[in-house]
Design a protein around this ligand. Structure first.
Ligand code: MG
Length: 392
């Protein structure tokens, strides 16, 4: 990690994506740690009702809705009691509020990318929960963070675990980052039956309760694939040093193997409040009211090799991470379209990775892309995936 590491007693936080599952956990952490964390602004996509309630509960002075219609509705509901802004411009305004110390980016999809860069340029630390930011533009974001001397703190449980295990150690001392994967609901399902799984089955995650998109990504293992690419940029290691192991209990959140053969792991119960808290209070550890881990009750922790052949997401992500350029953005966007259609009941489960593979194969990769080229590749991949699925 670069930049300032001095502890700020009470961090003033902007939450982009406050009505989603990570956002709600962040509000819980803020309630639990009033001395360490103060919310000053909340933004959501289109949940005007929920945001109104959150603004009331937290007393923040600033709010934003990405969706313009929902934003108008919100403004009339709150009657000007809170400073409101709308759209992407609004997100950027909140991300650069002069009084903010840190911006938590927990928006699904690509909408968080420009606000994240704006926050960095304004000298704010960012806590990143949105995978898309580091998958699509990891190089750009980390370069900007180094330039402006700010910290990029991972909120994803795996990356937060690795961050805790690394604690500013040199990358040259690391032989492997070992990401753990729950394996999802189809971990033990024979390959021949993957074609018949239903949406309801795919939405049943064995250990984590999360939003729908990420739950499907966990079932295909694209979630882990995106996390491999995320780790590659966040910790500045090549894909060769990013490994995945299936760990059905989701208690070991990830591990780091060092050159001396020692492995450090981070463990806790499965609650996103843990990584959110650490991102906010780092470099300090402070007590909370979260449930402790009971090893005797757990009994055992298991590990097994991922089924690379049956779940192609990992190999596709490995390829995208290795080749870099605009290919990770293509993987991410094609997957988003395919998952959207799967959630609408219009797609078989294996079609998700087939769509991604097709878009990746058809893509003309651009190396060292600009932000515009990344966003263009994103749009191209969406069109490509749509037409592939329409013609299938
Ligand atoms: Mg994760």
């Amino acid at each position: 990690m670069n930049g300032k590491t001095q502890a700020i007693k009470q961090k003033k936080l902007v939450v982009l994506g406050s009505t989603g599952s990570i956002g709600e956990s962040a509000l819980k952490v803020a309630r639990d740690l009033p001395e360490h964390m103060r919310l000053i602004a909340l933004a959501a996509n289109r949940s005007a009702d929920k945001l109104t309630q959150q603004v009331k509960d937290t007393g923040v002075q600033h709010a934003c809705l990405y969706d313009e219609a929902a934003c108008k509705e919100f403004e009339s509901m709150t009657g000007g009691s809170v400073a409101t802004c709308c759209g992407e411009e609004g997100l950027i305004e909140l991300a650069t509020l002069p009084e903010a110390d840190m911006v938590l980016i927990a928006i699904v999809g690509t909408a968080g990318l420009r606000p994240a860069l704006a926050a960095i340029e304004a000298g704010k630390d960012i806590a990143v929960a949105s995978k898309e930011i580091l998958v699509m533009a990891g190089e750009t974001v980390m370069k900007a963070a180094r330039k402006y001397g700010v910290n990029v703190l991972p909120v994803d449980s795996e990356h937060n675990a690795i961050f805790q295990c690394l604690e500013n150690r040199k990358v040259s001392e690391v032989t492997r980052l070992i990401l753990t994967a729950s394996g999802g609901p189809f971990r033990e399902l024979p390959a021949s039956e993957l074609g018949d799984v239903t949406l309801q089955q795919a939405l049943k995650h064995p250990t984590w309760e999360m939003g729908q998109k990420i739950t499907i990504d966990s079932a295909t293992l694209f979630n882990k694939g995106l996390e491999m690419i995320e780790a590659r940029w966040l910790f500045d290691v090549e894909m060769d040093r990013v490994d995945v192991i299936v760990h059905p209990q989701s208690i070991v959140h990830s591990m780091v193997e060092f050159v001396d053969g020692s492995i450090l792991a981070q463990l806790s119960t499965t609650d996103m409040c843990f990584p959110i808290q650490y991102a906010v209070t780092w470099p300090e550890r402070v007590p909370n009211t979260l449930p402790p881990l009971d090893f005797a009750a757990l009994g055992k922790l298991e590990f097994e090799k991922p089924r690379f052949d049956d779940f192609p997401a990992l190999n596709l992500a490995n390829q995208a991470g290795r080749e870099g350029g605009t290919l990770p953005a293509v993987l991410n966007a094609a997957n988003e379209i395919a998952v959207e259609k799967f959630l609408a009941g219009a797609l078989s489960f294996p079609k998700i990775w087939q769509t991604v593979e097709e878009a990746m194969m058809a893509h003309q990769n651009v190396s060292e892309p600009s932000l515009e080229q990344i966003l263009e590749a994103d749009q191209w991949a969406r069109r490509q995936a749509e037409s592939f699925l329409n013609n299938a």
